[in-house]
Structures are given as structure tokens and as C-alpha cells.
Design a protein around this ligand. Sequence first.
Ligand SMILES: Cc1ncc(COP(=O)(O)O)c(C=O)c1O
Length: 388
Amino acid sequence: MSDRVYLDHNATTPLLPEVAERMSRVLHEVYGNPSSTHAEGAVARRLVDTAREQIAALLSVNPREIYFTAGATEANNTALIGTVEEARAGSQTAQHVVATAVEHPSIEAPLVWLDAQGHRVTRLPVDEAGLIDLATLDAVLAEGPRLVTIIWANNETGVIQPMAEIADRVKACGALLHVDATQAVGKADVDLSRVPADLLSLSAHKFNGPKGVGCLVVKTGVECAPRSLGGPQERRFRGGTENVAGIAGLGLAAQLASADLEDRMQKYAALRDHLWEALTANVPKLRRNGDVTAMLCNTLSVEFCGVAGDVLVQSLDLEGVAASAGAACHSGSIHPSHVLTAMGRSAEEALGCLRLSVGFGVDEAQIDRAAAIIAEQVAKLRELDTNR
Ligand SMILES: Cc1ncc(COP(=O)(O)O)c(C=O)c1O
């Protein structure tokens, strides 16, 4: 795999060597159950507690506000269903939930479920640049929703919502604010002392930690019912023996992200901008998606006019470049991305989009190689299309 160029870091990232080494040591040496009162249990418990502190430091929250999960999907489900159903149990009335039209499926599916349970769901539209309109948010907040959930940085386009302004508004109206910060953590400054959200979801594998582990932050005083009932783990919020090695890996990945966030952001942005320059110099008829002034440092979403994105992804893969299309495959057929169509792209335009995301391990020589391969494959597919 060494000569391949991996440009799909928004799908998942490689483990940092330090994280892999720490996890391997834990897997080999620490077998205690963190709930056990003996010495073996205490060693495991200390690792879990250390990870809680490392994440708390990254996000500026209290370690007691962190609850480990199996990733952001579980954290998002718990945040939405836990807060809304808790509020219904207390008031015996259906609740109003507000989200954007460009959420990840792990938010969208619980929204559909809540809607089916009789709650009301409002989806805020986005403009051509992928941003919500704050005046529209104000108008919806005037209706007194219980919960507002916002994707901090979009997984497909990298567009970052104006979180500080959103948080001020949501807090002023007394609603709860949940942020899906899965793509933002480790690639943007996610600091809850600056953005006072009530709940936050993240997933370790998006910032060079392991897969299948993440956490939900629930600020002190926020009422959220547990979704996984069982033992006393996570202060009875999430029953089940902890994934100790995964949690230790998540904690270290968070600490490493805190230590060099600025450097990472600069390096990724330089690589991403270099890729865009090389593409614009060599490929005609390109269009970039999203507001470039409010965008994750590592993400480039591009429409290659007249090319089918999924076919391009396959031909790039054969040539050694891993990327992702602006389309989703459901039951064997290709659908345009709901994120891109919400931004006003036609189905055909959305199907011509590619997501290129850089990260750890990518260098400038790889970017040059990838740009040349993309230019060659786009030209080939366009040529085939005109000859058809
Ligand atoms: C914005 C966003 N939220 C949630 C998730 C779900 O994360 P996981 O699959 O690790 O549970 C993802 C993963 O792609 C994501 O990009």
C-alpha cells in the first residue's frame, strides 16, 4: 500500500504510531476490569480516568462530563433520544427539535425516529456555501424548541458552521445545544469554554485514534436519559465493560491533538491548497463546494463537471488514489448527496463531486502525484463520455 495516496481522511484516519504502541501495550499488559476493586482493576481504571482527563483538557470541560461510547453514532443517538425522551417523560408533551439540513446520517436517523414518535423536527436550510442563516435560526428559536443539534464541521464539504454565534443564540432562548463535532475535533479549535454547548459527540478514529470508540460530553445539570442500561459503568449512564485499550488510545490521540493542533491545521491547509492549485492548473471545468473562509483545514469538495463521481472514485482507486464521491449508495443504486443538494446543487452536479481529504502521512510529493492522476482520469472519463 506504500505507493498509494490516501485522500479520504474524513472517512477515517490512520492510527498515530504512539497511539498504536500505547494500545498494544494496554492490550498485552492490562487485562483488569475497571469496575473490579483489586489491583488489576485499579490499573485499568486509572487508564480510563487518564483518558477522561486528556479529552477534558482538549475540549475545556470537566472530566466528569465525559461518557465513553462506541463512537459518534452512539453518542449522537444518545444525545438526541436521551434528551428529548427525558423532556417528554418530565412534561408529558411532545418536544420540538431543530437541526440543519446537512446532518450526518447518525443524526438524521434519530431525527426520523423522533418524528415517528410524535415529536416535531425542523431542519434549517443552508445557503449555496453550506452555511445556515442566523436570522432563520432566530425565527425558529422564537418557537421555543427543546433541543438544537448542529453539525460543527460537515463531513462531506468541510464547511464549519458559526458555532459561537449559534451557541449564544440557543443559550439565550433556553434550549439545549448538541454539537456533532466528529469532523471538527483534531482539525479545528473545539473549545466548549468558547462555544458553550450542552452536549458534544466525537469519534476517536477521525483524529488518528482507534475505531469503535468515542464519547458524549453531557454538561453538568443537563438531563439526558441513558440508552444502554446495565451495570454501574460511566456513573450508570452507559452500562457495559469499558473498551479499555480503545479508551486509552482515544485519550492519547486527544492529548496529541491538543499538543500540535495549530501545526496540524497549517500543514493540512497547505497540502489541501496545494492540491486545489494543482487541480485548477490542470483540469478544466472544476467547481469548489462550500465557503472557503469557513472550512476544515483538510477538506476539498470539488465538482468535476460532466464526470460521474463514483466512476472517478473507482478509476482513481485502480491508479492508487483513495478518495470519496459526493454520493451515497443505497440498495445498490447511487443517490446524490443530501448535503450537496441542500446547497442547491442539482442531482447531476452532486453526482459529479469528489471529496478529497488530507491528513497524517500525506506529503507534497503525494499530492503532486494524486493531482496528476486525477487530471489524467478526469480527461479520460470526459473523452469516453464525448465518444459515447
Ligand atoms: C459528522 C459525523 N458524525 C458522526 C459520524 C459517525 O461516527 P462513527 O461512525 O465513528 O460512529 C461521522 C462519521 O463519518 C461523521 O463524519
